[in-house]
Design a protein around this ligand. Sequence first.
Ligand SMILES: [Zn+2]
Length: 269
Amino acid sequence: MKENYNNEVMYYTFPDFEQFDFITHAFSSREGGVSEGYYQSMNLGVKTADSKENIRKNYELFTEAIGIKLENVVIANLNHGNNVRVVTKKDAGCGILKPFGFVDVDALVTNEPNLAITVTCADCVPVFFVDPVKKAIGIAHSGWKGTALEISAKVVEKMQEEYGSNPEDIYAGVGPCIGMCCYEVSRDVYEEYLEFDYLDNAWYFEKDNDKFDLDLSRIIFGTLAYSGILPEHISISGLCTSCNNHVLFSHRAQKGKRGTMAGMIMLKE
Ligand SMILES: [Zn+2]
């Protein structure tokens, strides 16, 4: 992904999304916020135990840096499920300027301008969606559970139902997340994905300690392609949050004591 700087704030964008001048999108890094200690510094985790003032200030700094108004932000109320919410104007500010108006929502879609749909992640996978034909967008939080529940496929289905999107028109971006290099899991987690016969065999390594190294990005790529998105329309960040813990929060690398990044995407007016 491309690294962008605005004052102290560093954020990532997908080069392939830059052809779409009708959207703004970004994934945050740790840089440019006001939080301290293991939240240093751009902690956008609204459910972390960091001070409310710091989290609010970080959202102000981040949204200003990427050209989004804070009142337009709508944050998903994550639960590691696969529910997709259709976001409308009345949701504006949810999760940051007003309480969440919904529960158990790991993905958001909209076709209304000026709604910055947002998911928070720290190892889990942020997945971005743009349909340039129907002018609709989506974003998903896909950890190992959401990936096993094929949340990315659920987003594509919802965009088809709600906006008449053709999967072949949709572009998807798989953001920074824990890489195969750092994601050892037990057999029961590995077994969650065995039913996906659309996957090749490159999504895991079985090791001699009966553990598995898992490649969530590759599994999600498989799900996106199986949903009808063209492989050449799928961007993969490949940035490992754990390997790059100096600039990205990682639940594993920091043993749970960490802040949270945010992915945002918005249709411009
Ligand atoms: Zn790694």
